[in-house]
Design a protein around this ligand. Structure first.
Ligand code: PMT
Length: 218
């Protein structure tokens, strides 16, 4: 069997962005590379966990040792995350999920000459992190907060609203942190604690998050 502080634990990680279809060739997306979530999955495997990585569109390479469910849209990510959550002990939501999705995705390529492309009606997606947290029972649920300003205050607000056990707040305004980078500047925030972490590699931050998550257990 596996050894390490996460031996016997099942860990679900969401990562990457999502693509919300406008028509068969166009979508709404974001700049998540998947690096942070893939680093978490790799670190969890190294610490002895059984991992499920639910990965949206991303450019980061996924090691063959990480069991991965590939998805495209926020709706597909929710369904795959819900499914893996049933057997999970710890869930970490590092994905950058689209907040809105087109109400009526077209089944054919929209033609600029004849159809409206300048207005796309949107509806809010379901919040995956909040949905998992609302059904967590004994599980530990950890979210991320991507902020450009008032990082800690906004993250504390997300911790309370989404009712999770901890939030990793990362500063996405810095050139060396957030979307697409190999390093990240973050704060580990629980109810009543704030730990400011130095900017470090996403691999090192991933290990730190998982070891902190073990501490929440006790
Ligand atoms: O992938 P990389 O290029 O390595 O970049 C990493 C990252 C910046 C994407 C990552 O570190 C990060 O911050 N992920 C969360 C991005 C985000 O969408 O944050 P948010 O503040 O909008 O969302 C807060 C939390 O709710 C997140 O845990 C998010 O996964 C979750 N959420 C949001 C909306 C939604 N519909 N469902 C969700 O689960």
């Amino acid at each position: 069997g596996a050894h390490g502080p996460l031996a016997g634990k099942r860990v679900l990680i969401t990562a990457g962005g999502t693509h919300e279809a406008i028509d068969p060739v166009r979508y709404i997306g974001n700049r998540s590379s998947g690096k942070m979530g893939v680093a978490l999955a790799r670190a969890a495997v190294n610490l002895g966990a059984e991992v499920t990585l639910v990965l949206g569109p991303a450019t980061a390479a996924v090691p063959a040792s990480v069991p991965t469910v590939r998805v495209e849209s926020a709706a597909q990510m929710l369904e795959a995350a819900r499914c893996a959550f049933e057997d999970a002990d710890i869930a970490i939501c590092a994905a950058a999920v689209a907040d809105y999705t087109p109400v009526h995705p077209a089944d054919h390529k929209l033609k600029k000459a004849y159809e409206r492309l300048d207005v796309v009606e949107l509806t809010e997606t379901e919040d995956i992190l909040a949905t998992l947290a609302a059904n967590k029972g004994e599980r530990i649920v950890i979210g991320f907060a991507a902020e450009t300003d008032n990082v800690v205050a906004y993250a504390q607000d997300k911790l309370a609203r989404k009712d999770c056990d901890a939030i990793v707040a990362n500063d996405v305004s810095r050139a060396d942190s957030g979307f697409g980078t190999d390093t990240n500047k973050a704060w580990w925030i629980t109810r009543g604690t704030i730990e400011e972490l130095p900017c470090m590699s996403k691999d090192d931050l991933a290990r730190k998050i998982l070891l902190n998550a073990c501490g929440l257990d006790a």
